[in-house]
Design a protein. Sequence first.
Lengths: 599, 385
Amino acid sequence: MENIRNFCIIAHIDHGKSTLADRLLEYTGTVAARDLTKQMLDDMDLEQERGITIKLHAVQIKYQSHDKKNCTLNLIDTPGHVDFTYEVSRSLAACEGAILVIDATQGVEAQTISNLYLAIDAGLEIIPFINKVDLPSAKTMIDTVKKQVVDLIGCKEEEILMGSAKSGMGTDEVLEAIVTRIPAPKGDPAAPLQALIFDSVFDEYRGAVAYVRVMEGTIREKDKIRFFSNGKEFQAEDVGILEMQKKRTGTLSAGDVGYVIANVKDVHDTKVGDTITLADNPAADPLPGYKEAKPMVFSGMYPSNSDDFGELRDALDKLKLNDASLIFEPESSVALGFGFRAGFLGLLHMEIVRERLEREYNQNLINTVPNVEYRVTTTDKEVIYVDNPALMPDAGKIEKVEEPFVKAQIITPTEYIGNIMKLCMDRRGVHKNTTYLSPERADIHFELPLSEIIFDFYDKLKSLSRGYASLDYDFIDYFDSDLVKLDILLNGEPVDALSTIIHRAKSYEWGRKLCRKLRELIPRQMFEVAIQAAIGSKVIARESLSAIRKNVLAKCYGGDITRKRKLLEKQKEGKRRMKRVGSVEVPQEAFFAVLSLEE
Amino acid sequence: MASIYIHIPFCEHKCIYCDFYSVVPAETGTEGYSQRQQYISSLKAEIEILAENKSCNESIGTIFFGGGTPSLLHPSEIEQILDTLAAHFSIEAGAEITLEANPGTVDKNKLADFRTAGINRISIGIQSFHDDDLKFLTRIHSSSEAKKCVKDASEAGFENISFDLIFSLPGQTLSRWKSNLEQAVELQPAHISCYSLSVEPKTPLFYMIQSRQAAQVEMERDADLYEFTIDFLSSHGYEQYEVSNFARRDPASDFKCRHNLNYWNHSNYLGFGPSAHSFWINERWWNISNLSEYIKKINIRTLPVSEREKLTAAQLMEEAIFLGLRSEGIDLNGFRRKFSRDLSAENERVISELIKQDKIILVNGRMRLTAKGYVICDEICQKLH
Ligand SMILES: Nc1nc2c(ncn2[C@@H]2O[C@H](COP(=O)(O)OP(=O)(O)OP(=O)(O)O)[C@@H](O)[C@H]2O)c(=O)[nH]1
Ligand code: SF4
Ligand SMILES: [Mg+2]
């Protein structure tokens, strides 16, 4: 056990974690050079396409240190995007150390800080690695970045490693530092089993596959295992380690990272954060496990075809095994039928969930406009949480509505402070303070309504700082706001799935834009359609979509019939996918229209 | 009763909006003549090969020479084709035999000879009575030639004369179109087809519109012109019996085009020549749209079929709905017998709404479109299943 090292790689997005992992795989011969691909641990198509890591990825490598120790290193590559922080914090609990990667050309950014704090809280040994020194622009920055790192971590300058994950420079030092600086795991292979499930995935044939870090004891195939959370027992059928593929070893002991397959067919039985123990010799207590992720945004997810509700439930259940931060519960909508209200850590998370459902589970979905969760106090003093605007009580029954606020931390070169201040003020932000990390770098703190930053705030921030500012945020509390519910009506019929909750001061403009957008998206019908935005019974914006005047093919003779029929079949298929509101046919994109409302 | 379509794939010039299959043959003289001769023999061979291979024992009630420009053929060539057909099929005594003729390719004598050859209905590609419209469309004739052609045809003895007209040309005003219709009805043809100019992909017109050299008429204007057409013709003695087709009301004769009605009734038809489509019971097939390939196939005594499809009952039903709606309506009992489906009951909500809006009417067990319905025929078809 003293030759095992469990560590993860953490950083702000794009600082080069996965590329560094490539170098470690290559250098240690875990993957032959000819088989190596870029960011090879990012094995989901979506990760490769978007060039970002979405899931944590665990892999074991063997390394012989300079003093000839044969070491087993369990590496976990983590995502950098703020929406996937839950993956990071779960990884930390399976490790004793973390490599904190810092891009030499960017310096310390928001998630450098937030992920570092998570690692420190988890009691991990931190190894800072300044990456991308091969880039020309790194030269002038390196000293500044070193100083930032020293200030941030409180380490000595000599403890900072430097190199290039692209060229491989510094890889050897990283490996040596892992062996010499990160402590070996503790734990007793003979003690009662405590294995932490830090991730899982559903396999159609084999059921749930749990990824575990064994803290105490030993697990062997044929052992009768028990899940702490529900007391259910199963027989371990296949136990092994995680190399580039799963490798069956038959046993895992304290300090090890690996997988356990136990014919668990009901997806609800395996829970990330749960502890596995042995039925015959159970541990007294479970491991601390994880705090549940707190969803920030909510959206309705409906099957395009209302009959597919059951299938969607099944897909969500299975996906949740692999995405512990996803939550959902059934709901229904007049316009869309039966579906789910799902909670996400952010918009990117929502997009990824949607895409995974479509790709991995063949679902066809309609997403409604995302929103945050509101806290409503009714006139009879009841406090309720509303995560679906359609379920907002009538204005007359509301005493107050509060919305979630976050503490936002923005790290930026000083020249963009003015722009950023303006952006935050426009978003109803309250400036708290600004500190200077260095003469050129500011750390700005604002309190902002969450609803103001979930949409396009991040993109705006990036564009007005030429990509240099970074953002991190944490929920603080619910605060009173002058919020109203804005309804959309089509020919007088409210479209529940299009209701939004919005600050009164912004409601008029929003209503106007939304109506205009809907007029573009809804195809002309056989009758005129009035598109209205209303607050209560007061209409605040109106657009009208004139009736279709003509739609008929001029010629349809012997040679045109087949073509005409095929076209008609296609058109009918298109219509089938539309949703009816009263007699108006609404295309599915319309329910997501708000996201493409430009300023 | 079945029909036969003969495609004549030659034109003197390719019009900018046209997506029919036709080629411009080598200039006049012997070369053009020999190409035509070769085609006529291939066509005759195709008729023979098909007749040998397929037993089509239904009598033939209509024959249609379309194109291209069939009037480019010599009347004796038409006669040869009709003779070949008669040798292999049983042509009814009163069969409707139509020839499409373009002004500028015929004179009175030639028309009279066509008549002698057996043609009894002539469809004249007038398109417009305005020279600048004709110029825009790159037609080869002028408006005076168009009028002359009509006069020639009637002097040659044709009673069943049809006009083709096109509206919704870029920039066309209502009054301009109205004058076309006025000039047309003044000539009292038996039948008028009015087509809204459609911009077909890959035609020169399509590229002109893409590159903004011409402006496509907006839907509103197109609708105005079309609605006006329907009103105007019906108040001038013409009955609309299909989206684009109007027949003169005449107590003594029915001038609706029987050939086209057959298409819309799902009757059987055989098509000969490149790009021609055939439909027999529940199978549809169509020939390759390439003259030399066509001739090659015939030379090795193979049918020049490009594709075939066997229609499922659902597809036949789909077609019956849109073909019926765009023409004389759907006979609801007949429909039920044929497809075991009660169209009106299954679409009751939609249909009663459309009746309320005066877009559909039920008469004598038929469900048919009103003038208002024809305008959005395709929209209505999408709503019925
Ligand atoms: N020039 C240079 N580019 C690098 C280096 N390391 C990584 N990159 C590039 O930086 C980009 C991001 O690298 P990744 O390894 O995907 O970054 P990451 O930290 O894993 O990103 P996320 O997982 O999405 O947070 C890629 O285009 C890499 O090729 C380096 O040392 N030098
Ligand atoms: S004459 Fe008719 S078939 Fe020939 S090119 Fe013109 S429109 Fe087409
Ligand atoms: Mg990565």
